[in-house]
Design a protein around this ligand. Sequence first.
Ligand code: ADP
Length: 457
Amino acid sequence: MKLKTRIHLSSTLLMLLVLLLVNAVIYLTFSNQTYSTEEDRLRAETELLVAALSRNDNIPRETVLRAYVPASGAVQVKDGAGTVMTSIQDPAITAAFPDIPGSGAGQTDVEGEPFAFVKAPIIWSDGSVMELTVAQSMAQPAANLQNLLLLLAIVTAVAMIPIFLSSRFLGKLVAQPIQELTGTMRRIQENGQFEKLPEEKVNSDELGEMTHTFNRMMELLEENYSKQEDFVSNASHELKTPLTVIRGYAKLLRRQGLRNEQVAEESLTAIEVESVRMAAMIEQLLNLAGASESKLEMKQVDVLQLLEEITAAMNTAYDRQFILEKEIADAIERTDPEKLKQILYILLDNARKYSEDRVELIISDQGGTVIQIRDYGVGIPKQSLPLVFDRFYRVDKARSRDTGGFGLGLSLAKELAERLELALEIESIEGMGTTISVRFSSKSHVHALQLEQEGSR
Ligand code: ADP
């Protein structure tokens, strides 16, 4: 069943139930009250009659009884053996006087007509004790109650018309934006295009929020999709370059290489260099693809020690000065050490590639641990600073090619940093040098006290 129909039917049914319940309560209260009022009245009249009978004046009992017969009612006197002594009834009553069993007061049915009755003992003229029964027809109150029932049924039926219409409107109100959303999704599915829902006429309610969220999701998907497209086209473009070189040299080798040893040597060297380059690039691409999926292994890391190891490794590997400056005594952070190393190696490698002087690693406390990698090299032009973290972006393509760069290092570093909740900040002055800061969030910091506690466990 459609949501619209479900809302329509369930709210109509619910309202009908509420109305029926209210009506039932009204009817029952009213009928109880009517019958008990009638009974009370009859009881009071009987008491008056008993009092009149017990007054020992000279009026015959029959006359007193006749005077007290209630309208649409009857009185009857029976002796101890159950023989009817006197029975008087209002001419309006067609039914025979009810033979009412038991004693006290109550209600009974005579030939389908409801009666209220009250019984009381009286002293008859001969001094014997008789049973007096006063009965009163309840046909009129019953007819009134019947009318009330009819009235309530009509009111319910009339009230159901606006309820039916308004719940239909409610169903439409809720289901329409959902239908529009589904329609748009279906169109997107069929056309493979990113489409948004119109936002001008939506309110600031839950449905408006849903439309808004859907549109933001579409924007994000579109953005990611176009980034992905750019990435694929850039990657294939970058891979084409070494392939073109390899194919060119292979052709040269086929044409002249077999006869000319120098050409053969030159061609094979170029083919080897380009294939190594291609392999390196593919490896970086795979690294980048895996960066968002590989599992994090978070642990407490002594960052000072990790920096010492990295500095020593860089000093051994390259003929360059890497200097570690420690401005804090300890730095224990919760992080993934392998991924942190990967980030730092990318930054140090860049600092090395784009400078010729010393490279400094500075660790300090700036409201949280910060590692800075500073070089005194070519620097980055101001307009390029916001772009260096983009995939395949290189400031100077020719120079980067010489240094073996593909423009993927910093984007990988950024991706890893985001996963480790590290902030990467870059400052650079062209011709002066570059400083990249890796900032730990204060919540990753492990305090000495915490360390002691964990150690003693
Ligand atoms: P690449 O592999 O080309 O170095 P990156 O993504 O690591 O790619 O860097 C992007 C570009 O940013 C580089 O091509 C380079 O132009 C510039 N760059 C990065 N680090 C530095 C630095 N320390 N000094 C100067 N330029 C840098």
